[in-house]
Design a protein around this ligand. Sequence first.
Ligand SMILES: [Zn+2]
Length: 62
Amino acid sequence: MTKMLQQAKSKFIKVRCSKCKNEQVIFGTSAQIVRCLVCNKELAYPSGGKSRISARVLEILG
Ligand SMILES: [Zn+2]
């Protein structure tokens, strides 16, 4: 049921770090691992041209 939130394309996504609760906007198609600016936890990593989000998605900003 959460599949649409787990993968996104060409969008900015607001996520919340599951470790430190920091809210951060990331790009949905980043080709590299995106890390939390506060605690350095991986928030998203590349998966077949998309980003797989490993943090809590709060909002799709488009
Ligand atoms: Zn964090």
